[in-house]
Structure formats: C-alpha cells, structure tokens
Ligand binder design. Structure first.
Ligand code: DGL
Length: 261
C-alpha cells in the first residue's frame, strides 16, 4: 500500500463519503476507521468525541496516512479546530451543506437533518447566519437514525417511522430542500426521498468533500499517479461479526474488514 488516505466516522456512515472518494480518486489507497462500538457520538460528551476522534486520527497517521477526512459532522462540530492544530497533514472535514441548500431552495425554507450535537455546534449556527439571511433554516435533530444504519436497517418500519416524524414539521413549514447533515443519512436517502416527495431536493456534501480532498492533495503534491490497483481497508471497533455484514452491504466495492486494535 502506498501512503493512504485516512477517513473516519463514529461508525459506518462515513462509508457514504468514502464511496465518493473512491469514485473521484480510484488510484488512491484508502483506510477507514468505523468506531461503531461507540456510535452514536451524538449522544456523548464533547470530551469523549474529541478523544475518540484523536485516537482515530493517530491510528491512521501511524499507518502513514497522508491526509485525513473527518467523515463525521458531529466530530467536525465538536473538535475540528483542536484536531487540525495537532497534525501537520491536510485534514478535510465534512459539515452540513447549508450553503448550497440555501442557494438551491425555491420556497425559501431549508431543513437540516443532523444529530443533536451537530446542531448545537457553533459552525452550524455560523453557516445558517452567513447563508440563511433570506432563507429560513429549520434544524431537525434525528435521534435513532444513526442506530438504524449501524444495524443495517435501511428500509424497515423503525427508520420509516422516524423519518416521517422528523420530516413532518419541515414539510409543514414548506421546506423544499433537505440537508443530509449526518453521513449515516445518505444510506436512508431512498426512504427520506419517498417520505418527502419527489419535489423535495436532498443535499449531500460528500462529493464536495471528495473534491476538496483532491484539491488539497494536489496542492500538497501528494496525489498518487499511475494506474496501480488501489485497496480499501475498513477497521471497525465493534465485534466484526455484527458489523462486517453491514459494512459489506453499504460498501459494495472490495474491502478488507479488520477489527480496530
Ligand atoms: N455519521 C456521524 C455524523 O455525520 C454520526 C454521528 C453520531 O454517531 O452521532 O454526524
């Protein structure tokens, strides 16, 4: 493996970002940390989230990662500045796509689906203040959805009921653009789209994150060239027996799944 790109999330959700990175940078080796044993981060203390994020990045840096992607809105919200200040390599972080959603809305109402912890963060308040001046930005915390995705329940009764409950106030207030502000939620996009209706646009920033990563690698002269076959390894902190099947289902490409030591 050449110097890989390291990506992490509280669990399997960040695979929705990893697939965009794989698509845009097929020649790069990828390492992914799924901290599924501790998901959801959204219910945890900030200190705990920061400590787990730090441990994940250290683990990836020890394995020669040349850049890190924080594929977790919650970790970004709580700890991005402190994490960036500790490492000398590019750290690209995901955050809710409030700006493009505010630009896209026609009804003037945007809904943001995210974890409670993400919505409490200063960066979401800043994004809404900067880009939502002439738009109403409605924040909707979605407890329970991360757990559904972690269990591989993408279209059952439980996620369906939760999605309908969380969308209802947004649709009642005429939101026509919905931000998927947690990397687990793109795996529920078919369900969310069905419940929201075809006229509602879902916004997922994962491909923008992959593009930003490509730009940072380019600028650092760290982009891998050549046509060697690249690999993906997923390290998971929960019992592989319970998570491996979910990871294989969500990540349809080839990947080695290993326990996180
Ligand atoms: N995928 C994470 C995010 O984007 C979920 C956080 C959590 O575990 O609560 O926020």
């Amino acid at each position: 493996m050449s110097a890989p790109i390291g990506v992490f999330d509280s669990g399997v959700g960040g695979l929705s970002v990893l697939r965009e990175i794989r698509r845009l940078l097929p020649e790069e080796d990828l390492l992914y940390v799924a901290d599924s044993a501790h998901a959801p981060y959204g219910d945890r203390e900030a200190q705990f989230i920061e400590a787990r994020s730090l441990a994940a990045i250290r683990f990836l840096v020890e394995r020669q990662a040349k850049a890190i992607v924080i594929a977790c809105n919650t970790a970004t919200s709580v700890a991005v500045e402190s994490l960036r200040s500790r490492f000398g390599i590019p750290i690209v972080a995901i955050e809710p796509a409030i700006k493009p959603a505010c630009e896209a809305t026609r009804s003037g109402v945007v809904g943001v689906l995210a974890t409670s912890r993400t919505l409490e963060g200063a960066n979401v308040a800043r994004l809404a203040a900067e880009h939502g001046r002439s738009v109403r930005v409605l924040m909707q915390p979605c407890p329970g959805l991360v757990e559904c995705v972690e269990e591989g329940d993408l279209d059952g009764e439980r996620p369906r009921r939760l999605v309908e409950r969380y969308l209802q106030p947004l649709l009642e207030q005429n939101a026509d653009t919905i931000v998927l502000g947690c990397t687990h939620y793109p795996f529920l996009a078919p369900l969310i789209q069905q419940a929201a209706g075809a006229t509602v646009t879902l916004v997922n920033p994962a491909s923008a994150v992959a593009k930003q990563l490509a730009r940072r690698l380019e600028a650092a002269g760290a982009r891998r060239s050549g046509a060697q076959a690249a690999g993906s390894i997923v390290f998971c902190s929960s019992a592989p027996a319970s998570s491996e099947a979910v990871i294989r289902r969500l990540w349809s490409a080839d990947a080695e799944v290993r326990p996180l030591p």
